[in-house]
Design a protein around this ligand. Structure first.
Ligand SMILES: Cc1ncc(COP(=O)(O)O)c(C=O)c1O
Length: 445
């Protein structure tokens, strides 16, 4: 949604950015010679991403030596911020004992116990190395148990990068078709052409259409997988509960994706919304900053992975699954996620979006700040945000300008301003500072 004036503003902001960050540009130009795009896909933004030198508490320092308050926190994973002393200590202790020993080391069971203690629906849990693996294995279990192949997922739901969940994770609006019966749209080249045939795409926040589609396809479906998009789309508790109930009513396994949402409280999103999934997928915060995924739930399903009593026909493993360093960091992280810690994190999230929405109203800016606990997003739109399509229509060019303006002020957010997160060392003054900086950014852009 750029016009000539906003294009000039963007160009000026990008020029300022280049002026402030020559070393990052140099490193980016070097990296792109051997890495497609210079880094993993999610890092890129125009004109190039910052290269960070280090993190400390709620701050990041780039290679130029400039300091930023970190409101992205590694795609929400760094709930304790950077270099948390207890996490560093736990990692160091484990490292001196051994990094990867080709056998259980004991900490993995402690972390599993901690997760099962926190989350009522978890009888058993298995660790892997990414959220992608977690949803892959949860879906595989659901298919195996039900003997059915298709899955139901929501339009715009992101559950990682294996084929079946990359259907309609971010479809282009000219391909999506009917609002009430969305087309299954592959999100990347090279995906199996069968993936689209294996997915029933559900419209978010639309009970009647979800009920109709599920009833129509129930005999072919193994499960419903659901990410509530907490902190991205305004949440309706009744809708989350409805999805759980519709799965139950139609004899489908209910898989909740808490890969982002788990940071909302001790028992995660399911406690927050009062739902009981059959299986839940985890990632991000449970690895304490290291690569992680986990899936768990009902004992009768999870025990299909228990080969100790003879073959069940199911199997899951991985060279670095339940890696000792990850387990040590994850356990040290969860131990610090006390009810008081969640109160602090969630209080700051509420304060931030209240302040931002007040600002947008006062300045008559078509924008909305959304949070669930400590995960938050800023969207430039006058529309009600109810589903993927309304998110896809928000003003991304404005978000880019505000993102760059905030960097200049020393605030690091995700580059689309969506799915940001607050870390525990963050204080009220950082949140209030961000609100004021957004105020200056929107006035001049
Ligand atoms: C809701 C959700 N599910 C799944 C994933 C995939 O996790 P990973 O990137 O660890 O594979 C992500 C990643 O951002 C996510 O946000």
């Amino acid at each position: 949604m750029e016009n000539e004036t906003t294009k000039d503003v963007t160009a000026t902001l990008e020029e300022d950015y280049r002026g402030r960050t020559p070393r990052s540009q140099e490193l980016f130009e070097r990296a792109r010679k051997t890495m497609p795009g210079g880094a993993k896909g999610a890092y890129f933004h125009q004109p190039y991403p910052l290269t960070m030198a280090r993190g400390e508490g709620c701050y990041l320092h780039d290679v130029e030596g400039q300091r930023y308050v970190d409101f992205a926190n590694h795609h929400t994973a760094q709930v304790l911020g950077h270099n948390n002393p207890a996490v560093i200590d736990a990692i160091q202790k484990q490292m001196t004992k051994g990094i990867a020993l080709g056998a259980p080391v004991g900490i993995e069971a402690e972390l599993c116990e901690e997760m099962c203690r926190r989350v009522a629906s978890l009888d058993r849990i298995r660790f892997c190395n990414s959220g992608t693996e977690a949803t892959l294995h949860a879906i595989r279990l659901a298919r195996g148990v039900s003997g059915r192949v298709k899955i139901a997922k929501f339009e715009g739901g992101y559950h990682g990068s294996h084929d079946v969940v990359e259907i309609s994770s971010a479809p282009s609006l000219d391909k999506v078709g009917s609002e009430t019966a969305p087309n299954p749209v592959p999100s990347a080249g090279g995906m199996s052409p069968h993936a689209a045939e294996e997915v029933v795409v559900l419209p978010f926040n639309d009970e009647a259409s979800v009920e109709r589609l599920i009833t129509q396809h129930r005999d072919e479906l193994a499960c419903i997988i659901f990410d509530t998009k907490a902190g991205i789309v305004p949440q309706r508790k009744e809708f989350v509960q409805f999805v759980g109930e519709i799965a139950r009513k139609n004899d489908l396994l209910f898989i909740l994706d808490e890969i982002v949402g788990f940071r909302v409280g001790t028992g995660g999103l399911q406690e927050y919304y009062g739902v009981t999934p059959d299986l839940t997928a985890y990632g991000k915060v449970v690895g304490g900053g290291f690569p992680v995924g986990a899936f768990g739930g009902r004992a009768d399903i999870m025990d299909l992975l228990d080969g100790t009593r003879g073959s069940t026909g199911f199997f899951q493993s991985g060279t670095f699954s339940a890696h000792p360093i990850t387990m040590a960091a994850g356990l040290a992280t969860l131990k610090q996620l006390t009810p008081e810690a969640f109160d602090h994190l969630n209080g700051l999230g509420d304060r931030l979006t209240a302040g931002l929405n007040e600002l947008f109203t006062r300045e008559n800016i078509a924008a909305k700040a959304v949070n669930t606990g400590s995960v938050f997003s800023i969207h430039f739109t006058s529309e009600d945000l109810i589903n993927y399509r309304s998110l896809a229509r928000t003003d991304k060019a404005m978000a880019h300008r505000v993102f760059l303006a905030l960097l200049a002020e020393g605030y690091f957010l995700s580059h689309g301003l969506s799915m940001n997160a607050i870390s525990l060392p963050t204080e009220t003054r950082h949140v209030d500072g961000l609100i004021e900086a957004v105020g200056r950014a929107i006035k001049s852009r």
